[in-house]
Design a protein around this ligand. Structure first.
Ligand code: ARG
Length: 460
């Protein structure tokens, strides 16, 4: 074995020479999988205990291995494992353990393989990462609730097709971004339940030659149980793509919040104002306040979708068992988590500090045209007649260059006599909001109820 090479530390015996440097570079996962070291330590210790229980390793040797692992953990904690020259985190830990305890170090991998170990480490990492992202969603939800509670009485136009539709409360708009996050937190729990199965003891894929109690190992490592099939245990990564999917769904959902923040804070809309701390300037145009944070957050949806699609394509058609292609799971997971976590925290800060904008208000009174139609139905017209008449009123206002609210009873009567006596309070946006009393609507009471429900969930 060529000692100058990073590879071959765990498998050099069968080779007359080490791998070519370019293979070594492509093959090495240590530059990223060092992040798994704490999980690898947990797995090593549980495995060692099991080796002692089945009397494959004596208690004294196990003690010295445990204290060797303590030293290795301290080195990992204070050093820069990513810069070492080993193939992967498993090789590095064993090499350092050997420096502490000598050749007994290799007992740690008796009856197991990196194939089952890496799947175990990565599942443990993935469950913690899923919980971190759930917390980050929770912090964004809390920011939404706090800001929404300041904006209950601020009225803004709500949009469909990005055209002014009907007025709503700014709080109601903001809270509409709360609920997808809540469903995504449920999705994270569901995905975690499927990750929570132990591959360890599947060895290279055909099962361990030692009489390990895998169910006992599962309990020791906090899993719900052990994977039923050793080949599936080392080769399956559906739990990776499922988690990537949920993260992508979160990124796509918050990209819609980001888009609203960008558009609503633009001068043309001026419905909200993004705080200085979450705005950036232009090197050329002194007047600019750009929503770069929200724009990068909007891009995260695309980035994660690419990661998910790329990873699924990597899995497609792989033969049964472990294949090195699977090593890519960590790159996908680590980069996706980092990107999503920073996106969620920038959005939480942006939402927590945003203010209502100078252009907020109910918008064009034509946004109350539906209320006019509803009113006419109350006077005995069919909804179609009411809709047509209200539409004709909007058209006339447009022709005269006025808003519908500005038309005099006489001008309305010219369109149709049945429009003459429309009560003035129909143009009162607050009264219009109060008519939206049905559960989940824009009325003040309903929004306050929603806020309370959201507040409870956010702090769950
Ligand atoms: N670095 C590898 C991975 O992340 C560890 C497993 C390698 N197994 C093997 N038989 N070469 O998947």
């Amino acid at each position: 074995m060529d000692d100058s090479s990073s590879s071959g530390g765990l498998w050099g015996g069968r080779f007359a020479e080490g791998p070519a440097p370019e293979l070594d570079r492509l093959n090495r996962s240590l530059p990223y999988d060092w992040r798994l070291w704490r999980y690898e330590m947990q797995v090593n210790r549980a495995w060692l205990d099991e080796l002692v229980r089945i009397e494959a390793v004596d208690a004294d040797t196990a003690d010295s291995l445990h204290s060797g692992l303590d030293t290795v953990a301290r080195r990992l904690e204070s050093g820069s494992p990513a810069l070492e020259n080993d193939e992967d985190i498993h090789s590095l830990i064993e090499r350092w353990l050997e420096e502490e305890v000598g050749p007994a170090a290799s007992l740690i991998r008796l009856g197991r393989s990196r194939n089952d170990v890496v799947a175990t480490d990565t599942r443990l990492w993935a469950m913690d990462a899923a919980a971190r992202i759930a917390d980050a969603c929770g912090r964004l939800q809390a920011a939404i609730v706090e800001t929404a509670s300041r904006l209950v009485d601020d009225v803004i136009p709500a949009y469909s097709h990005l055209q002014q539709a009907q007025p709503t409360r700014a709080a109601h708009w903001l809270l509409s971004h709360f609920w997808p996050l809540d469903r995504n937190r449920e999705r994270l729990d569901d995905a975690t339940a499927r990750i929570n199965w132990l591959p360890l003891g599947a060895a290279a894929g055909m099962g361990s030659s030692l009489a390990m109690d895998r169910r006992r190992l599962a309990v020791a490592l906090g899993f719900s149980g052990a994977c039923e099939n050793s080949l599936d245990a080392v080769g399956a990564r559906d739990w990776v793509s499922e988690l990537l999917f949920v993260w992508t769904q979160i990124a796509v959902d918050v990209s819609r919040l980001a888009e609203d923040l960008i558009v609503y804070s633009s001068r043309e809309f001026s419905l909200i104002r993004i705080a200085d701390a979450y705005s950036t300037g232009s090197s050329l145009m002194p007047q600019k306040r750009n929503a770069d944070g929200a724009e990068i957050a909007r891009a995260t949806g695309g980035i994660l979708l690419g990661t998910l699609a790329g990873y699924l394509a990597t899995l497609k058609g792989l033969p049964t068992g472990y294949n090195k292609d699977l090593q890519e799971d960590k790159l996908a997971l680590f980069s996706a988590e980092e990107r999503l976590a920073s996106t969620l925290s920038v959005l939480a800060g942006t939402v927590a500090t945003l203010e209502i904008g100078s252009g907020a208000g109910p918008g064009d009174p034509a946004a109350l045209a539906t209320d006019v139609a509803d009113h006419l139905v109350g006077t005995g017209l069919s909804f179609k007649e009411g809709h047509d008449l209200s539409g004709a009123l909007v058209l006339r206002a447009e022709e005269l260059g006025l808003t519908v609210a500005d038309l005099t009873p006489e001008q309305r009567a010219e369109v149709d006599t049945r429009l003459e006596s429309i009560p003035d309070e129909l143009w009162d946006a607050d009264a219009a909001l109060e008519r939206r009393q049905a559960f989940g609507g824009s009325a003040r009471e309903r929004v306050l109820e929603q806020l309370e429900a959201a507040r409870e969930l956010a702090t769950d």
